[in-house]
Ligand binder design. Sequence first.
Ligand SMILES: [Zn+2]
Ligand SMILES: [Zn+2]
Length: 164
Amino acid sequence: MKITVSSIPLEGRTFELTSKTGWIREIVASALAEQNPAVEGLNGNLKISRVDKNVSLRGRLNVDLNPVCDRCLQSFVWPLCLDIHIDFSPKSGSSDNRSGQEIELTPDDLNFSFYRGLEIDVGEVIREQLILALPIRFICAEECHGLCPQCGADLNLGKCGCVA
Ligand SMILES: [Zn+2]
Ligand SMILES: [Zn+2]
């Protein structure tokens, strides 16, 4: 979802995000592509506002995921709550380079971003933050015992009798 900066009204613009919001569903699906847990619910809101060419994006996205545990293969609920708080500045040529120095951006600087041209790709920014918020593997509980490598029994339900 791209937003033309000049079209953002002074009072800002608010978006409700629901499971019927097509673009956010696509963004969530794309961020989840690798592990592909089921999405049970989605809601949130976004507010985009600006002062001159500096744009701020604030909001929250709640996604209820229903992944399969990587250890025990049981599905479980994994609520993802993403706080969105990003400020954008235009990335322009030397004319805007008041201090004479480029601002160094580190990978940690999640709350700040540049945009080029006249638009901000809000969807892409949210997708990046979602990917960062997702675990490498979904585990139902820290203490999940997983499955017995020999008989496949769910060891969370008790010992299976195999000799380790
Ligand atoms: Zn588990
Ligand atoms: Zn066993």
